[in-house]
Design a protein around this ligand. Structure first.
Ligand code: SAM
Ligand code: SF4
Length: 330
């Protein structure tokens, strides 16, 4: 079958699958503090449905998967799903994004299921700020999760840190130092307008150039990595002394939509051609009403064909998506 190419000649081979919209912490830039309404269980895709969708996606050229959420480690039997998806012929790479709270307990099982790449979300090494951001006191558990993932032998452990202005400036350099010591790449992600409470504005984004300045002044020069995949969302740098890497996801200050190769499936089975998409395609109904694989493939192709050129965060035209981050799957 033909690969998933949109009208801007972008080839889509990277599928991000949300396995739950539930979460055990409450990061303020993602979820409200209280009163979150989660999707009813019967609306969440089961493992057979996810696996079927991935098999169809592989026929359309998908080669890379990332499991996310909500908090994916809350999904019962996740390691089984990892094993099933990893066994699909054509899948060349699978990774998982987690907040790390349950990682110490699950790292070995996930590794045994074949997972080798992890991104652990951690914005700060300061316990109090961790609590302020996540509204939970789980800093030690996340640190134990990172220790355990490295002990178990994951090939890649990266840290995702959300960059919010007037809040995490004191964390930028300590996180990079921690990464240098531990062989962990820190990925700084500019705060995006995907929070549940509509608190985002441009002034709350800690910009990539500001962070680059801090790191260069306090640690040392950084060289951009030359052979990186142009379609990857992060721009990666290496410290000139050869000790450690950092990456920046500059969605706000330097949007990278023209190189996008990503598509998404929400936990309740909706297909999205963009993190910021306002419209989505209901795949769950097709998965459950006896539709053949070809009808599902056609729905995916049609959605990708209608993909826009990119989000318009920096224009007055920008409309935030109807679902917040935890419900889309970051
Ligand atoms: N719960 C897992 C976690 O926190 O890593 C997986 C899902 S979470 C939605 C995926 C990633 O989205 C997180 O690692 C976090 O870095 C990022 N994120 C959440 N809200 C964000 C926002 N408003 N702007 C930028 N990144 C955000
Ligand atoms: Fe949960 Fe991840 Fe959202 Fe934080 S960013 S509230 S850990 S889903």
């Amino acid at each position: 079958m033909k690969p998933l190419i949109d009208t801007f000649d972008r080839v889509h081979d990277n599928l991000r699958i949300s396995v739950t919209d539930r979460c055990n912490i409450r990061c303020f830039y993602c979820m409200p503090e209280e009163g979150v309404k989660f999707q009813p269980r019967e609306e969440i895709l089961n493992f057979e449905e996810i696996e079927r969708f991935v098999r169809i996606a592989v026929t359309l050229g998908v080669r890379k998967l990332r499991l996310t959420g909500g908090e994916p480690l809350l999904r019962k039997g996740l390691a089984k799903l990892v094993q099933r998806l990893g066994a699909i012929e054509g899948i060349q790479d699978m990774a998982l994004t987690t907040n790390g709270v349950l990682l110490a307990e699950q790292a070995q099982t996930l590794y045994d299921a074949g997972l080798r790449r992890l991104n652990v979300h951690l914005d700060t090494l300061d316990r109090e700020r961790f609590q302020l951001i996540t509204r939970r006191d789980d800093f030690d558990r996340v640190m134990r999760g990172i220790d355990e993932a490295q002990r178990v032998g994951f090939t890649t452990v990266k840290i995702n840190a959300v960059a919010v202005k007037n809040l995490v400036e004191p964390d930028i350099v300590p996180l990079a130092r921690f990464g240098r010591e531990r062989g962990i790449e820190i990925r700084y992600i500019e705060f995006m307008p995907l929070d549940a409470q509509g608190i985002w504005d441009h002034g709350k984004v800690l910009l990539t150039d500001e962070m680059l300045g801090m790191l260069t002044r306090e640690i040392g020069p950084l060289n951009v990595i030359q052979d990186q995949d142009p379609r990857a969302p992060a721009t990666e740098f290496e410290f000139a002394d050869g000790k450690g890497r950092v990456g920046f996801i500059a969605s706000v200050s330097k949007p990278f939509c023209l190189n996008c190769n990503r598509i998404r499936l929400t936990a309740d089975g909706h297909f999205r051609y963009c993190l910021f998409a306002v419209e989505e395609t209901d795949i769950r109904t097709l998965l459950r009403d006896g539709s053949p694989d070809e009808a599902i493939a056609e729905a995916v192709r049609a959605s990708v064909k209608s993909k826009w050129i990119g989000h318009q965060i920096n224009t007055a035209k920008f409309v935030p998506p109807p679902r917040p981050m935890y419900s889309i799957g970051g």
